[in-house]
Design a binder for this molecule. Structure first.
Ligand SMILES: [Zn+2]
Length: 210
């Protein structure tokens, strides 16, 4: 990868972080973003607001995950690595503690194999099936194994009482999918208690992932 494209990816990560922060999709120092390079990763640093990222201080990791420049990466970097290890085509991963997704992740009566129903075609195309990963305490590295078990089949997973992790074929694809997930979680909460007319299995099956 050329220096030029790494520089533009650094700008893209910071622009996306700022956009998500300013729209309330992330808050405090929560949430993290990574992009795969030919010889490693760019990752948002630990203890930093996604609203105030500096392109020059993003963590640059080598192929083994060692920090080679910038600030130390997010403490949740293991979530990103688990996704990349299982999904060779993934170019970017976004993880948020976005409010509506976290709310849904704490509901006792959701289907752990597929948390959100097919409310819209866009959700089905961008997210599809969304499994729930059992709760793990912050820093518990066995969460990586739990994510790895599901990541081969699912580019999006929801961590119980925590938030979503979404991989994409580009930074835009990962961002669009996690935003679709958050908006669908919001719709799901708005509609709780209402009699729903969901997409039928045939309608959902006719849609192509995008
Ligand atoms: Zn988290």
């Amino acid at each position: 990868m050329s220096r030029l494209s790494e520089a533009s990816l650094r700008e893209d990560i910071c622009r996306l972080g700022n956009s998500m922060f300013s729209r309330g999709l992330t808050f405090g120092s929560s949430g993290n973003i990574s992009v795969r390079l030919e010889d490693g990763w760019l990752m948002t640093p630990t203890n930093v607001s996604l609203g105030g990222l500096d392109p020059a201080r993003l963590a640059r990791l080598d192929e083994a995950g060692r920090l080679i420049s910038g600030d130390p990466p997010t403490k949740e970097s293991f979530l990103h690595r688990a996704m990349y290890e299982e999904r060779s085509e993934a170019r970017a991963v976004v993880h948020l503690h976005s409010t509506h997704s976290v709310a849904v992740s704490a509901l006792a009566d959701v289907d752990a194999d597929d948390v959100l129903p097919p409310i819209t075609a866009y959700y089905v195309m961008r997210v599809g099936r969304l499994p729930l990963v059992p709760y793990h305490a912050p820093g518990d590295l066995s969460l990586a194994d739990a994510v790895r078990k599901l990541a081969g089949k699912h580019h999006a997973v929801l961590l119980a009482n925590h938030g979503p992790v979404v991989a994409g074929s580009s930074l835009d694809a990962a961002a669009n999918a996690i935003e679709e997930l958050e908006e669908t979680a919001k719709l799901f909460l708005l509609l709780r208690g209402s009699k729903l007319r969901l997409l039928t299995p045939e309608q959902a099956a006719a849609l192509k992932p995008s």
